[in-house]
Design a protein around this ligand. Structure first.
Ligand code: ATP
Length: 520
């Protein structure tokens, strides 16, 4: 099965098992908006909790806030979003489909890169061990030609983007004969700028000044509270403020399920440092954040850094942690060194001093900022696209299993009486009562035990506790593991601890805590 089919199956699986539903589905849904179902909400809460506790609980110099979604409209003027939070859009006149001009060009550039990679792979196979990669890239006529084209197109595209030259973007699309994937034609409209912020009116009288925006990022709620937190929390630089919450972007092309949505949730942390120390802290957070991902046990080859060559005018370093989604490596999290851009802008627009007083050196300054920013929904998709597996078992049967990291799994334990008689359901209920205060449990007595295991595999439950005759006689249950399908006998007096060791978040936090500080 190819990745595309697998991804389709994952999307239907998410719906069938109550993870994600299209929004307002009885009215045929709303594009790029989704609702989380009974299991989805638990998984989402667990991811958020893992992030929050790694940031706020493990770092004594990071505190959390929960700012409102609505903010003073000038915030978005100062942040640059009113003037510059735009995407260049273009329509195909034949298919009437809308695209982001920058994405069309970037996909085209990627195709040229793919051609280069293909030539190199072919040659590597042909020459075997004697293959000199660098020499081949420098001398093979076809590769050299592709490379030249790629470089000059890249430069032209970057210049057009930096100068906001929309006519030039259109010229590139036309000259490169980039076609609409639906109509196959090159019949394009002009490129226009489109602001991604949703606006609405506040209060009952409507005039210009009442226009407010749904926040397109949570970060600004942190910047405008910098002084409040610094003063009331008696914080000392370096320190951080973390926040999770909804953000809204009127994305032109929203696709790939929950990868790009119009309403989504972010988990962001802004770390305030002394000017001059920012690149050292940037490296620190780059490493810490990757460790956070890896601690989940998803193999290393799913992650890579993508350092930005083209930086936003206010940034002096930026990198993405990319994840290998079924549709390729894509940004999962951004780590940005934002200098003092935001605080200085708010200082200018608000007229309030947003400075830190360094008592040791008796000086005041506007701190520099390192930001870590990850989409909760995108992380959800990363976890599920790794977890979803269609497996052939040794006995020839098939199972769908969600290999969700145990600490994130929505239901931790299934409680399964072997049969529906002989006092087993009663005993199972007692065990359920014992475990419920500690773990999310699901009771199931319907169908054969094999079928019940399959149902739990399909929702990613790490452990199934089976109650049988031995349980009635000796207080011993069998615990079956989702990934290995191996079974252990466990005495009831040990059960809670046994499960805790397997599924609790704390041992992972303990592991992560060893990293905190060591890169600094
Ligand atoms: P992209 O290039 O994918 O549009 P971005 O660079 O605009 O993302 P940021 O503004 O840095 O993204 O936002 C930080 C994080 O928020 C991203 O890494 C991503 O995980 C998440 N995110 C951004 N836009 C969306 C969206 N429309 N839907 C879901 N998650 C999003």
């Amino acid at each position: 099965m190819n990745q595309e089919e697998l991804f389709k199956n994952l999307i239907s699986h998410c719906k069938e098992y109550g993870f994600i539903f299209p929004s307002s589905e009885i009215y045929d849904g709303l594009a790029a908006v989704y609702d989380y179902g009974q299991l989805g909400v638990l998984l989402k809460n667990n991811i958020r909790d893992y992030w929050w506790r790694s940031m706020v609980q493990l770092h004594e110099n990071i505190v959390g806030i929960d700012a409102a979604i609505f903010m003073h409209p000038t915030v978005w003027k100062a942040s640059g979003h009113v003037d510059a939070f735009n995407d260049p859009l273009i329509d195909n006149k034949d298919s009437k489909k809308r695209y982001r001009a920058d994405q069309l060009i970037e996909e085209h550039l990627q195709k040229i890169q793919d051609k280069i990679d293909k030539e190199i792979d072919k040659a590597a196979k042909r020459f075997g061990e004697t293959f000199n990669r660098q020499l081949f890239i420098e001398t093979n006529a076809r590769v050299v030609e592709y490379k030249q084209k790629l470089n000059s197109l890249h430069a032209r595209y970057n210049k057009a983007m930096n100068e906001n030259n929309l006519a030039e973007l259109k010229a590139i699309i036309e000259e490169e004969k980039i076609v609409c994937p639906i109509s196959g034609t090159c019949n394009w409209t002009d490129v226009r700028q489109f602001n991604l912020m949703f606006s609405t009116q506040i209060g009952s009288v409507s005039n210009e000044s009442d226009t407010i925006y749904l926040r397109p990022e949570t970060a600004q709620g942190i910047f405008v509270n910098f002084l409040n937190v610094y003063k009331t929390g008696r914080m000392k630089v370096p320190f951080g403020i973390a926040q999770t919450g909804k953000a809204f972007r009127n994305e032109i092309v929203a696709r790939q399920f929950i990868f790009r949505m119009r309403e989504f949730e972010q988990m962001e942390m802004q770390f305030f440092v002394k000017p001059g120390d920012e690149l050292q802290w940037f490296d620190y957070w780059k490493k810490i954040r990757l460790e956070w991902h890896k601690a989940l046990g998803i193999p290393d080859e799913y992650y890579r850094y993508h350092d930005h060559e083209k930086l936003a005018h206010y940034a002096n370093a930026a990198t993405d942690i990319e994840f290998r989604f079924p549709f390729g490596f894509k940004e999962l999290e951004g780590i940005h060194s934002r200098t003092d851009f935001d605080l200085s802008a708010h200082q200018q627009y608000s007229g309030k001093k947003l400075q830190y007083f360094d008592a040791e050196n008796n000086e005041s300054y506007v701190p520099y900022v390192i930001e870590t920013s990850i989409g909760l929904d995108r992380m959800f998709l990363a976890v599920l696209s790794y977890a979803y597996n269609e497996e052939k078992l040794n006995d020839g049967t098939q199972r769908i299993v969600l290999r969700i990291p145990y600490i994130l799994a929505p239901i931790k334990v299934a409680i399964l009486p072997l049969v529906k008689r002989d006092g087993m359901p009663e005993k199972a209920s007692e065990i359920m009562k014992m475990l419920q205060p500690y773990f999310y449990c699901q009771y199931d007595e319907k169908d054969t035990i094999g079928r019940r295991y399959r149902r739990q595999d399909a929702i990613g439950t790490p452990l199934c506790v089976t109650i049988d005759q031995v349980t009635l006689e000796q207080d011993i249950v069998t615990v079956r593991h989702r990934d290995t399908m191996k079974q252990d006998n466990v005495h009831l007096s040990e059960l809670k601890n046994y499960i805790y060791q397997m599924v609790a978040i704390e041992p992972t936090l303990e592991k992560l805590n060893q990293y905190a500080g060591i890169f600094a």
